[in-house]
Design a protein around this ligand. Structure first.
Ligand SMILES: *Cc1c(COP(=O)(O)O)cnc(C)c1O
Length: 397
């Protein structure tokens, strides 16, 4: 069913990554090192510390402790080719720091029309106010992005697959066009994680994760990360320090704890989501299923070429029906919570209306869309729940 199983090496890597003896002190997972003040032995000692690189060196709580370094290092180890990783108190904070580390007033950013809504808002709000222009592009543009690159274009951000509608982007083609013009590339890789798509190995300069989702995996912590290709880490780190960014050690500890089971969780999310997506594709109430591993998904060929697996989030388009019929489906579900975010152990169903946000591409869908996060419940229970939901939809349609 899946293109390939999670590689054997991935399970080992998520278990061992970032666990340095000097940070764990012999405890299995790096413990919570809480700190604001770090004490020095003498004035000379204090002066010497101030003049040195603070990377992996206790200096002041805002610069981190072994708890943050351990998780950051683990994510660097999981991202082949990465020079380093910085952690943030949310995925959105990670996106902001990554963009601010490359953009200056007068620059232009290219952003896919399928992007996560808060990323759009950042571009049309904060960045615009700072004199940074954004041009939206069709996520399926591929090599055609070359025609949009102007002299003032400084960065291209990608999100693959796209939020809500799951278009898989041609990352290698976009990266090649960007490199030819000296443009920096960023990717929101939250859906695939480095286990299913190796962003930096595919040429991306800055790869972003909302760790809130699969790294944490338990719907109880906000956390983000940016991993940088060689040559991009120093500026990312400087910008992040200047912004005062620091992820809490308690949250990073929970992130590390979640990471240890990420590979095995993803494998189950993948298998269950594929089974449910394939079942949905056969139901008469469903017009189409937007899951990258299914041929019905735009960009499926790029998925087959570039990805090592698929995760647990996808959408489907209903056959006709209105807001009320869609609500009848969702409201009566027993095993799917109704709420934002995803990547936890529990299933979620969300009404989504992508056309509300689009500005350069138009969708002509047969009916309203539902986004599903497939959790770790038995897929048979989830299918029975959805079957009853589709009956309620039919009755209300
Ligand atoms: C949730 C999400 C984010 C933002 O992460 P937060 O931790 O909620 O701020 C960014 N990108 C994508 C694709 C997401 O789904």
């Amino acid at each position: 069913m899946s293109k390939t199983d999670v590689q054997k090496g991935d399970f080992t890597r998520v278990v061992s990554a970032g666990r340095r003896k000097e940070w764990t002190q012999g405890i299995v997972n790096t413990p919570v090192w809480r700190a604001s003040t770090i004490l020095y032995d003498s004035v000379a000692d204090l002066r010497a510390a101030g003049g040195r690189d603070t990377h992996h060196r206790l200096f002041y709580g805002r610069k981190g402790t072994p708890t943050q370094w351990s998780l950051a290092d683990a994510l660097t180890e999981l991202e082949p080719g990465a020079e380093g990783t910085f952690l943030y108190p949310s995925g959105v904070a990670a996106i902001a720091a990554a963009l601010l580390s490359v953009l200056s007033p007068g620059d232009e950013l290219l952003l896919p029309d399928s992007a996560y809504d808060p990323t759009r808002s950042m571009a049309t709000g904060l960045l615009k106010r700072m004199g940074i222009a954004t041009r939206f592009y069709d996520p399926l543009i591929g090599a055609g992005i070359a025609d949009l690159i102007a002299d003032k274009t400084r960065a291209i951000i990608m999100e693959s697959p796209g939020s809500l509608t799951f278009e898989v982007q041609d990352v290698p083609a976009i990266v090649a066009a960007a490199k030819a013009r000296g443009v920096v590339t960023l990717l929101d890789n939250t859906w695939a994680t480095p286990l299913f798509f190796t962003a930096i190995a595919h040429g991306v300069d800055l790869t972003i994760l909302a760790c809130t989702k699969y790294v944490v995996g338990h719907s109880d912590v906000m956390l983000g990360s940016v991993s940088a290709a060689p040559g991009h880490f120093a500026r990312l780190r400087d910008t992040s320090f200047q912004l005062g960014q620091v992820a809490s050690p308690d949250d990073c500890w929970l992130g590390s704890r979640g990471l240890r089971t990420m590979a095995i969780r993803l494998k189950q999310h993948e298998a269950s989501a594929l089974q449910i997506a394939q079942w949905l594709a056969e139901q008469p109430e469903v017009a189409s299923v937007l899951h990258p591993a299914l041929p019905s998904c735009p960009g499926h060929a790029q998925f087959v070429r570039d990805f090592k697996g698929s995760s647990g989030l996808f959408s489907f388009v209903l056959n006709g029906g209105d807001e009320a019929a869609r609500a009848a489906l969702i409201d009566g579900l027993d095993h799917f919570g109704i709420g934002y975010s995803w990547g936890g152990f529990e299933s979620l169903a969300l009404p989504v209306d992508p056309q509300r946000y689009r500005t350069v591409t138009r969708r002509e869908d047969a009916g309203p869309l539902v986004r599903l996060q497939i959790g770790l419940e038995d897929p048979a229970d989830l299918i029975a729940d959805l079957a009853a939901g589709l009956e309620r939809f039919s009755a209300a349609r």
